[in-house]
Design a protein around this ligand. Structure first.
Ligand code: DQA
Length: 151
């Protein structure tokens, strides 16, 4: 059975490519999703991508993920730093979550240094631009492999 991965992009990530290019680069979300799909196909992974600017919609999507996906890759964007609701949604499911950020949040303003999400995530990848997502996909595959080997 192939690994099923859901990628969730949080608020304002639909504006990638034109949004604060000095921080987030010039690659738009569509290109990131296409590259993720390409790499997923090569790895035999079933991948779905989703973007929302709304906290409640992200909470709903996480709640529904339990039955449908093995791993969740989540860039909660600004909700990283504020959302107890998204943190609780992650706690409510058994599906592992890999937290992703394009930028290195620890090099930026102090309010971005705190993630509500990382204490309830399997791990966090940040600071590698779009590669943060592709590395997360690698991590998702590695995790599943370890599970398959009973570790
Ligand atoms: C971000 C970092 C957050 O602090 C910010 O609010 C974002 C994007 C990132 O991918 O670097 O919207 O999650």
């Amino acid at each position: 059975m192939s690994l099923k991965v859901l990628v969730i992009h949080g608020p304002n990530l639909n504006l990638l490519g034109s949004r604060e290019e000095d921080i987030y680069g010039s690659t738009d979300l569509d290109s990131i999703n296409k590259e993720l799909e390409k790499q997923a196909k090569e790895k035999g992974v079933q991948l779905e991508t989703y973007q929302s600017n709304h906290e409640g919609e992200i909470v709903d999507k996480i709640g529904e993920a339990q039955k449908k996906f093995d791993v969740l890759i989540l860039n909660p964007a600004a909700y990283t730093h504020t959302s107890i609701a998204i943190r609780d949604a992650i706690l409510a499911i058994q599906t592992p979550v890999i937290e992703v950020h394009l930028s290195n949040i620890y090099q930026r303003e102090e309010f971005r240094h705190k993630s509500m999400i990382s204490p309830v995530s399997q791990g966090q990848i940040c600071g590698f631009g779009p590669n943060s997502y592709y590395l997360a996909l690698e991590a998702a595959c590695a995790t599943q492999q370890l599970k398959g080997e009973g570790q």
